[in-house]
Design a protein around this ligand. Structure first.
Ligand SMILES: Cc1cc2nc3c(=O)[nH]c(=O)nc-3n(C[C@H](O)[C@H](O)[C@H](O)COP(=O)(O)O)c2cc1C
Length: 162
């Protein structure tokens, strides 16, 4: 679809309904739940922002590839999203466990069941480290264990809306 036709509320759809960040290729791909992130404009491009902690297996796929997707599923997939947000793809095959089907489009993996997917080309990976924070009082709450985020900026190459 044309991105100009898009009607979404990123605050509820990411923050409350949750989304999936998926990366990888035909042989192997992984997906994880996110409730932080955004959509917007950077360097004259329509982009998504995703914040991924160092420990996530999905990060290895994002780092080793050129693309990732941010996708949205309807309420019936809430349990699938809960599983993708609590188990690691290092330990289980999330596609098999959830019944979600990985499909590749524009060289990017996303779940076929998604009601909407942004297929993205990675354009920046920005470490969000201790020094990034102006208000250091936030750190103990979110980074007691370290495990800092990387902010990925992905140029939206294609929007799929069903
Ligand atoms: C509702 C929800 C939101 C989450 N949001 C994020 C997020 O924005 N960034 C992040 O790094 N992890 C987030 N997580 C945690 C990962 O989804 C979780 O650690 C997952 O098991 C990682 O899977 P992986 O190791 O297969 O990549 C979230 C988990 C849940 C349940």
């Amino acid at each position: 679809m044309d991105i100009k036709e898009l009607k979404m509320n990123p605050f509820t759809e990411i923050g409350e309904d949750w989304a999936l960040v998926s990366a990888g290729g035909r042989e192997k791909a992984n997906t994880m739940t996110v409730s932080w992130g955004g959509v917007g404009v950077f360097l004259g491009k329509n982009v998504v922002f995703a914040f991924i902690r160092e420990s996530r297996y999905t990060k290895e796929f994002i780092d080793s590839g050129e693309t990732f997707s941010l996708s949205f599923l309807s309420g019936e997939y809430r349990n699938a999203l809960a599983l993708c947000g609590s188990k690691s793809g290092r330990d289980i095959d999330k596609w098999k466990e959830t019944g979600l089907t990985p499909v590749i489009d524009e060289g990017t993996v996303y779940p076929k069941e998604a009601k909407r997917a942004f297929l993205c080309r990675k354009i920046a990976a920005v470490p969000v480290d201790k020094e990034s924070f102006i208000d250091g009082s936030i750190l103990p709450q979110w980074y007691a264990q370290g495990d800092f985020h990387t902010m990925y900026v992905g140029e939206i190459i294609k929007v799929i809306e069903k």
